[in-house]
Design a protein around this ligand. Structure first.
Ligand code: NAG
Ligand code: NAG
Ligand code: NAG
Ligand code: NAG
Ligand code: NAG
Ligand code: NAG
Ligand code: NAG
Ligand code: NAG
Ligand code: NAG
Length: 740
């Protein structure tokens, strides 16, 4: 497949994902309003050193607003309360306001303002998973019980939750942890329990945290849903459903309007402001943008920075803009960015023709055949609508939206997968499936030549996917456009055909005529991959309460299972799948961790060339940039993967500095091994690290050199530290460009 051919493919995958996301790049755009003012977010950095009350910060925000709207003069008679949309004053400092572009410019000039940017609309990122990861129910139970009762709280920023789902029953859970400072403000007819311990609702159009779309229920149950037996979608993939860490508690922060397609930046930032001060341990955000923004214009980067300062890890979906490269929009180093992989279980469907030929294709078809074959219409799709009643139709691609297939009396659809298979199966409205091009042509000629062509479309079944795990085509790819030295995505987790809890009001298929209601459903997307990692992060937090966000992230990255590169792009596999596939059991015992402190991230901002006064405000430190800052030092952030950008057409030499902390055995000796790589020479010094105690730190240097690379090329290798028990792996990537 070449680059050109992939373009229609991407748009198709968006159309099929329409349940939960709308393609920005396929033509959707925001509608304008009558008012020429727009909503801007004014970011002021950390909370002031002197303890200010919420109300005094808010009056400060109003004062800034008055100045910006009145030539720098703070006139108390200038009433701006209508312009102020939100005030962030619990966990960081800032506000959202309606401003004209003129006022925006005034605001940007003010010294205390770190950044002013238009609030964007984020979207949820939808499209068997724990057993595939080697994290069996038994293992999960053992681990969970060994950590006693869990006090770990995961804040889920999404579009709500369905509290009555069995996945959220609180049977057997101890009372709400004492450290919880949040509230249950789920609105009308919404009560919390010892599983869902908190709820807050931000969009103005909502009066309840009740999930009517299904996305938030799906992600939350993947993170921390109970062990629920006998779960399936119309009998398909029956088995036990469970989240990554069933004893974790959930706090639902509702930042999206009902459909999950509109999650306003100012609401997402409000969710971070509250979640941090409410006392969550992990934040999970399965929503994002198609556009790649810098750290100071992205509410998720800003919110997660302050979460990190408070010891909270933010886990975020990579986005569904693959398979094109440079599409990953989650770029900040303090975020754990998750791409989507396939699992060994795929859902297939079969059609039996009148001539007894059986063809296999893709769909999630919950309709049981009654054993009869139905006639196939000898016409192109819906060309002759009056002849299709009671028949199966053949379509090259999905019939146009707006055609009510049931109303036409169609009993089934056979589609050509060539035009619309996005790499996963979707729930269908009536018996139908997509079959490969060759098979489709054979059905066409069978129909054309047979006296009474017939077919029976069977209910879907599960099948083994031997190619797994590979990166799903829709998963957003690197390299990182904003900071080349930070490999993104960080990690991969299952995001294809994930069965999890759902809202009874959630759409079952993309057709509005589909009135079915289900408790569990299959969805695909990086939205589904993210909560797998959030659940395991919560589990690691329960096992190791003292670990920093970076330590949890390091444990997950350095223990990942290797994945195969699938893309035809002339680029490295790390840009598809990051460090590899989530490996929950190993992650709990990584041996060594690459820790990163708040000061290290701040030093990186200095090295990246952010203005010192901005960094002072962001960090809340009076002299945040000690020593000399240099762009060249960014690659020395103690990240668990190593990457550098070098000049094209020149031989290169790169030096990486890293420090590992011993969290394995007190007495241990780790030896380095470097995987052989074409065109890359690697050395590490020292080659042996001997530890005498836990939490002891040792530093080392990795030098990478090689002959010239072409203008748009990346190569990779890896460094592994092992003591015979633990295997601590870091990919090493060298590229000449990170921009298209
Ligand atoms: C609350 O919501 C549940 C679930 O939709 C419903 O069964 C129940 O009747 C509602 N109760 C009230 C008082 O509206
Ligand atoms: C799924 O259903 C089939 C048929 O009813 C049954 O044989 C099988 O044991 C079930 N599997 C699980 C995991 O419950
Ligand atoms: C299956 O359903 C069709 C349409 O409702 C009906 O004509 C046919 O007789 C049924 N076949 C069996 C075996 O029940
Ligand atoms: C259908 O059959 C006719 C006559 O046998 C043939 O001319 C025509 O090409 C066939 N069409 C297709 C689509 O196979
Ligand atoms: C199907 O339609 C084609 C023309 O569209 C025609 O050539 C062919 O004979 C038809 N086949 C049957 C079995 O009626
Ligand atoms: C930093 O940015 C602020 C606001 O944009 C500006 O006023 C100030 O002069 C800048 N400082 C430096 C050192 O560049
Ligand atoms: C570590 O090794 C040293 C020397 O071999 C020994 O004295 C010490 O007891 C060991 N410590 C542990 C915790 O095993
Ligand atoms: C290594 O370099 C040679 C020529 O210098 C080139 O032909 C080859 O493609 C390169 N290999 C990789 C993996 O980049
Ligand atoms: C790495 O490179 C630096 C700078 O070129 C050099 O001083 C150092 O000795 C090298 N270290 C190793 C392990 O090769």
């Amino acid at each position: 497949m070449d680059k050109q051919n992939s373009i229609p493919f991407i748009c198709f995958s968006f159309i099929l994902l329409v349940l939960t996301l709308i393609p920005l790049r396929c033509g959707a755009s925001d509608g304008g309003g009558g008012d020429d003012r727009k909503t801007y977010i004014v970011y002021l950095g950390s909370l002031p050193m002197e303890l200010s009350s919420y109300s005094s910060l808010t009056s400060h925000h109003l004062s800034i607003l008055r100045k910006a709207t009145n030539n720098g003069v703070d006139d108390l008679n200038n009433d701006v309360t209508d312009s102020l949309i939100r005030s962030y004053a619990k966990s960081f400092n800032g506000f959202a306001a309606k401003l004209s572009s003129d006022q925006r410019d005034k605001m940007a000039e003010m010294e205390e303002v770190v950044s002013v940017f238009e609030s964007r609309t984020y979207q949820t990122q939808t499209t068997r998973s724990w057993d595939f990861l080697g994290f069996t129910e038994k293992a999960a139970r053992q681990r969970n019980s060994s950590s006693a009762e869990s006090d770990v709280i995961v804040g889920v920023i999404d579009n709500g939750i369905w509290p009555e789902s069995e996945s959220f029953s609180d049977a057997g859970l101890s009372p709400v942890p004492k450290k919880w400072k949040g509230t249950c403000s789920g609105g009308k007819n919404f009560t919390c329990n010892n599983k869902i311990i908190g709820a807050r609702v931000y969009p103005k159009d909502r009066d309840s945290a009740r999930d009517r779309n299904g996305h938030g229920t799906h992600t939350a149950s993947t993170i921390a849903g109970n062990i629920v037996p006998d779960v399936s979608f119309y009998g398909i993939a029956n088995g036990t459903a469970r989240g990554g860490f069933p004893s974790a508690r959930i706090a639902a922060y509702v930042a999206c309007e009902f459909d999950g397609l509109v999650c306003k930046g100012e609401d997402i930032l409000a969710a971070f402001d509250d979640a941090i001060s409410d006392g969550v341990d992990i934040i999970s955000a399965s929503l994002g943008l198609s556009d790649i923004l810098d750290f100071l214009s992205d509410v998720i980067a800003i919110g997660s920075f302050h979460a990190m300062k408070s010891g909270i890890l933010t886990v975020h979906s990579a986005g569904n803009n693959g398979p094109e490269i440079v599409t990953v929009a989650s770029v900040a180093p303090w975020i754990l960015t998750v791409g989507a992989s396939t699992t060994d279980r795929k859902i297939i469907d079969k059609v039996v023709l009148g001539n007894d030929k059986i063809l296999t294709g893709f769909s999630i078809n919950g309709f049981k055949s009654n054993g009869s074959k139905f006639p196939i219409a000898n016409t192109t799709c819906l060309e002759e609508k009056d002849t299709v009643k009671g028949k199966i139709v053949l379509c090259q691609a999905l019939p146009a939206v707006g055609d009510n297939l049931q109303e036409l009396g169609i009993v089934g659809v056979i589609e050509n997968s060539r035009y619309s298979y996005p790499g996963f199966s979707d729930v269908v409205t009536l018996p139908s499936l997509k079959i490969p091009d060759e098979d489709f042509e054979s059905v066409v000629s069978y129909t054309n030549s047979s006296e009474s062509p017939k077919a029976e479309i069977l209910k879907s079944e599960i099948s083994e996917d031997k190619s797994a795990p590979i990166t799903a085509p829709f998963s957003s790819r690197g390299p990182n456009l904003v900071v080349a030295e930070i490999v993104k995505p960080d990690i991969s987790a299952p995001g294809v055909e994930i069965l999890a809890a759902y809202s009874p009001f959630g759409p079952v298929s993309s057709s509005p005529e589909d009135k079915r209601s289900v408790r569990y459903i299959f969805l695909s997307g990086t939205s589904m991959a993210c909560p797998h990692v959030s659940g395991i992060s919560a589990y690691l937090k329960a096992l190791h309460p003292d670990w920093s966000p970076a330590a949890i992230k390091s444990a997950i990255l350095t223990t990942a299972k290797p994945m195969k590169k699938v893309d035809y792009w002339d680029f490295v596999g790390e840009f598809e799948h990051g460090s590899g596939l989530l490996n929950p059991l190993q992650a709990s015992n990584p041996g060594l961790i690459y820790d990163i402190s708040k000061d290290d991230y701040v030093a990186m901002l200095c090295n990246l060339g952010f203005n010192t006064s901005q960094i002072k405000q962001i960090s809340g430190q009076s002299s945040p940039c000690p020593g000399t800052s240099s762009r060249d030092l960014v690659k020395n952030l103690n990240y668990p993967s190593l990457a550098a950008k070098v000049e094209p057409l020149k031989s290169f030499k790169v030096e990486f500095k890293r420090t590992v902390t011993n969290v394995g055995f007190a007495n241990s000796t780790y030896k380095a091994s470097l995987s052989a790589s074409l065109n890359m020479t690697l050395t590490v010094k020292p080659e042996v690290l001997s530890f005498k105690s836990l939490n002891e730190k040792k530093s080392f240097v990795v030098n990478v050199s090689g002959k010239e690379l072409s203008d748009y090329e990346a190569i990779s290798s890896s460094l592994v530290w092992s003591d015979g028990t633990h295997v601590v792996r870091s990919p090493i990537v060298v590229m000449t460009r990170n921009t298209p």
